[in-house]
Design a protein around this ligand. Sequence first.
Ligand code: PXL
Length: 259
Amino acid sequence: MTPPVVLTVAGSDSSGAAGLQADLATFCALGVHGMCAVTVVTAQSSTGVARVEPVAADVVTAQLDAAHDGRPAAVKTGLLWSRAILDAVASGLAPIGCPLVVDPVLVDSNGEAFVEPSVLDAYLTRLLPLATVATPNLPEVAALLDTPLATVDDVVGHADEISRLAPLVAVTGGRLGRDTAVDVLVGDGDVELVERPRVHTQNVRGSGCTFSAALTAHLARGAPPNEAVRLAGDFAHGAVARGSRWRLGDGRGPVAHVR
Ligand code: PXL
C-alpha cells in the first residue's frame, strides 16, 4: 500500500502555526504522507517574527534531490525568502512531473514584507511559470502585479493580469473588504467568487499555508485543480473555525488542523 505523497518546500515557524508545521499537520489530517525541504528557520511567536535564518541554497537543493525517492504526486512552495533560495528551488523543480502549488509568501502574518525585492521578480520569471495553481493573498497579488488592490472588485477588475501568473490563481479571502470570506478563482478565462461565512477570530496564523497545503494534498489525491481549490478552502475554513476559541500566546493564535 502506498499513500499519496506530497512535498512542501517551506520555512519553519518555531511557534508551530504557519510554514512547514502547518503544512505537515494539514497533510496528516488529509491522509497524505508529507515530505519537506526546509528553506529558512524562523524564530517567531504569536506576536511577531524575531529572526529569520536562511538555510544554505545548496542544502535546499540536497533536500529536493533526496525527495525524488519519495515520488511526490504534488509539490508546494511556501516561504523561500531569498533570491538564492528561490533560484535553487526553481532549478530543482524545473523537471517537475507533477502538479505544483506556488504559495508566494511575500508578507508575514502581520502584513510586513517578508522577502527581498529581487525575489518578486524571480517569482514572475522563474517559479510561477512552473505552477499549476498559485495562491497569493490580496497583498501578495498586489505586490506581484505592482498595483494597489484593496477589494474583491479590484481583484476581479485585474483578472486578465492575474490570469497570466499561473493556469489557475486562487486569491484567498479574509481581507477582501466584505463581511464574508471571499476567494477569487481566476483561470480558464473564467472568474469565480467563492464566499464563506467569516469566522470572527484573530486566530488565523497559518491559514494561508493550510489552504495551499490542503490544495496540494487534494491534487495528490487526484482532484482536478478547481475542485481541489474548493476542497482546500473548505478545509482551511474549518481549521479557522475549530481554532477560533483557542487561547494560545499573547498575540494571534494558530488555526486548528484536527480536533
Ligand atoms: O503565512 C506565511 C508564512 C509562511 N512560512 C512561514 C511563516 C509564515 C507567516 O508567518 O512564518 C515560515
